[in-house]
Design a protein around this ligand. Structure first.
Ligand code: BDP
Length: 327
């Protein structure tokens, strides 16, 4: 092929490809997964995200709230495969797929919410995003999920010994089973949607979650002792399928990323408000909540959990130190 013909063919191919891309972007119809009720802070953030994406690109995007598209572990796989375009996931259930993210599922790894923000909004957060991207999940922004505490239908937990004999539901990650067992309790991983019925029928005695989820799921109506252990502060990611992401133009990528960041600002504001509101609702609903005077004892019991996690993924040792090094 002479030079002219080559250029002509190359240009034709380029034009055809761009036309195809433009067409696919114009007709793109994104489906998003969300486990929460529509007025939950995560849901409000996601709705903001989709409205900004629709305003600033030709993409149509809709979030399906209330977990109607299935449980979290299955949804993570669907996003990896590109069957779902985006979702907000708690990093807890992402750990079995992206071991590096297990660091944020280690109990008491963050001092408080502000510390978690300083870590995740800095280079460390980018490191976790890069690890997720290798597994097909593009992290666009970090959402808040507060601090998780134990609650149950039997008695207040004031010291580690109170955990003995109680059966707690945990999210799908072996770290959480080990965490409860290290405290002397029994743990059973279970989908979020099954917890209410299991509490009600006594299949489990308790679970652990933040104020907004404890309230929005009505778990407080069937497990009314909430003990402020605050053992886990796990960020959530607004994630996209890498398959969807890789098909975007640079302009669309920039618009999507900025939509995600803007949505996260709103989500965090909404989170702070909802945490206070939910706490009031459950207290008015008769919840007996208690502080734990010696939280250090819970922390001290976590040695084996850390040891096992580092044995499984040695990189976690550096990651734990990196988190501790952030003031
Ligand atoms: C909520 C998280 C959600 C989890 C749920 C759970 O926002 O992603 O699925 O806890 O406990 O706080 O499963």
């Amino acid at each position: 092929m002479n030079k002219m013909n080559f250029l002509k063919t190359a240009t034709t191919t380029l034009v055809a490809t761009s036309a195809l891309l433009a067409v696919s972007s114009a007709h793109a119809n994104w489906k998003g997964w969300n486990i929460h009720v529509p007025d939950y802070p995560v849901s409000i953030g996601m709705d903001k995200f989709t409205s900004l994406v629709e305003a600033n690109t030709d993409i149509k995007a809709k979030t399906f709230h209330n977990g109607v598209l299935g449980n979290q572990s299955d949804a993570i796989k669907q996003v990896q495969l590109g069957a779902l375009s985006f979702a907000v996931f708690n990093l807890g259930p992402i750990g079995p797929i992206v071991p590096a993210t297990n660091v944020v599922s280690l109990p008491f790894v963050f001092k408080d919410m502000d510390h978690m923000h300083r870590v995740m909004d800095g280079p460390f957060g980018d490191k976790l995003s890069a690890a997720m991207e290798e597994k097909g999940l593009v992290g666009l922004a970090w959402y808040d999920s507060g601090a998780r505490s134990f609650y149950n239908s039997v008695k207040p937990i004031t010291e580690v010994a109170d955990m003995k004999g109680l059966k707690f539901r945990v999210m799908g990650n072996p770290i959480f089973v080990e965490m409860v067992e290290a405290l002397g309790g029994n743990a059973t991983p279970m989908a979020f949607s099954e917890v209410f019925q299991s509490l009600k029928t006594g299949v489990i005695d308790g679970a652990e979650n933040n104020w907004p989820s404890y309230e929005s799921t009505s778990h407080f109506e069937v497990a009314s002792y909430y003990s402020l252990s605050q053992h886990l502060i796990i960020p959530e990611c607004l994630c996209m399928s890498k398959i969807t992401w890789d098909g975007l133009s640079d302009d669309d990528k920039a618009a999507v990323k900025s939509a995600a960041r803007e949505s996260a600002v709103l989500q965090r504001e909404e989170w702070a408000k909802r945490a206070l509101k939910s706490r009031k609702i459950v207290e008015a609903g008769g919840v007996k909540f208690n502080q734990i005077p010696n939280k250090a004892a819970f922390q001290d019991a976590m040695g084996m959990v850390y040891k096992k996690a580092v044995e499984k993924s040695p990189i976690l040792e550096d990651y734990i130190n990196a988190i501790k090094a952030v003031d």
